[in-house]
Design a protein around this ligand. Structure first.
Ligand SMILES: C[S@@+](CC[C@H](N)C(=O)[O-])C[C@H]1O[C@@H](n2cnc3c(N)ncnc32)[C@H](O)[C@@H]1O
Length: 244
């Protein structure tokens, strides 16, 4: 990993999530509950890979107070911000740590029941290394949100901002669902469910040239979510480990 490979998001993006739980995050938790991965009375331990500032864990803990939550992110400022925010809100049983998802030892986080990675896989330079780590943690299940398409084709996107030439760019990869399934199945996570996520609210178009996501409504009243030149094909994926 080089400095250039770490995607950067504005501070405002991370702070906004502490103020409101994003609809996509809420629907992802609904999906995990419907699929039986998370239940309110359980005391499972869940690890959030690429957790950002930990806001998703804040909303998850509010919803499932008994869960033990750990998050890991490569940016120390986000980890510091998140731990301070948990402390200020008097929330215990949730903690963030700094770490590179491509170099996490299994022993570092002890026993983990579930792994979540919200808005991570599509934004990383190497999905194989990422899934190697996620599957090496021996959790019962791994749940992802990201940009995915039915069928056999992966669309790889690297966004370069020419006003910021020192930054290597941000990945916005749209993965073939079959491809991700084959990677997970080859690593023993072969019971896989996917669900498309359709945004339920209108998002205003940002200034010309920005990457902020916004929606356009089609004639038949479907909302398309757009970011710069990209259509955001959001999906949720839950992969359970095959029992021996
Ligand atoms: C799109 S953000 C998503 C953050 C958070 N999951 C959320 O939903 O708000 C991607 C996150 O991945 C983190 N990240 C990028 N490369 C990483 C790596 N190699 N190891 C750990 N975290 C990484 C970034 O710092 C960033 O916080």
């Amino acid at each position: 990993m080089t400095e250039r490979d770490v995607p950067k998001f504005t501070e405002a993006y991370h702070i906004r999530q502490w103020e409101t739980c994003y609809e996509s995050t809420r629907c992802f938790f609904d999906f995990l509950e419907r699929e039986g991965a998370m239940e309110r009375h359980r005391e499972d331990r869940i690890l959030d890979l690429c957790c950002g500032s930990g806001a998703n864990l804040f909303w998850l803990k509010k919803r499932h107070p008994k869960l033990g939550l750990v998050g890991v992110d490569i940016v120390p400022e986000l980890v510091e911000f998140g731990n301070k925010a948990f402390h200020e809100r008097g929330m215990s049983g949730v903690e963030l740590a700094t770490g590179d998802v491509y170099a996490l030892g299994k022993e570092r986080f002890g026993s983990v029941d579930g792994v979540i990675a919200i808005q991570a896989v599509s934004w990383l330079p190497d999905e194989v290394g990422f899934l190697d780590t996620a599957t090496s943690l021996d959790a019962d299940w791994i749940a992802l949100t990201g940009l995915m398409m039915p069928g056999s084709r992966t669309f790889r996107t690297l966004i370069n901002d020419h006003n910021d030439p020192d930054h290597g760019g941000n990945y916005y990869n749209t993965f073939s669902i079959d491809y991700l399934k084959s990677l997970l199945s080859a690593r023993r996570y072969s019971e896989i469910t996917t669900e498309p996520f359709h945004i339920g609210v209108d998002l205003a178009k940002p200034d010309e040239g920005s990457l902020g996501t916004y929606t356009e409504t089609t004639k038949d009243n479907r909302r398309l979510q757009i970011s710069g030149a990209l259509l955001m094909n959001w999906h949720f994926m839950l992969a359970r480990r095959k029992r021996e």
